[in-house]
Design a protein around this ligand. Structure first.
Ligand SMILES: [Zn+2]
Length: 113
């Protein structure tokens, strides 16, 4: 899941937000002062996002070409995405729960989708 940490440029409040598509990011508002001037922070969440981004690029329909299999980092990723599409709970969900547990102030935000 694309969880990103943002800092408000107006009041400095930091929040972890769930951003599913580019438009979501633009619609984000600071929970404290209501400003839309939020800046995405580089954090461990960004590392997590990398795999999500890679996963988003993988097609689970049809057969991947040779270059896909020649990349070791892709091992398991396609299956993981497929399982996700089927609604099977895998490690990624566990990572998200960890992330939620770390950002307890935003539980309502994270569970509202
Ligand atoms: Zn603010």
């Amino acid at each position: 899941m694309p969880l990103h940490e943002y800092a408000c440029k107006e009041c400095g409040r930091k929040d972890t937000r769930l951003v599913l598509k580019p438009g979501d990011e633009e619609a984000l508002r600071c929970k404290k002062c209501g400003s839309d001037q939020l800046k995405r922070l580089i954090s461990r969440v960004a590392i997590h996002r990398t795999e999500s981004d890679r996963m988003a690029d993988i097609s689970t329909s049809g057969t991947p070409d040779e270059s896909y299999y020649s990349d070791n980092r892709n091992i398991g990723l396609r299956a993981k995405k497929r399982m996700k599409e089927l609604g099977v709970d895998l490690g990624d969900a566990f990572e998200e729960k960890l992330e939620k547990a770390r950002t307890t102030t935003n539980l309502d935000d994270l569970t509202s989708d």
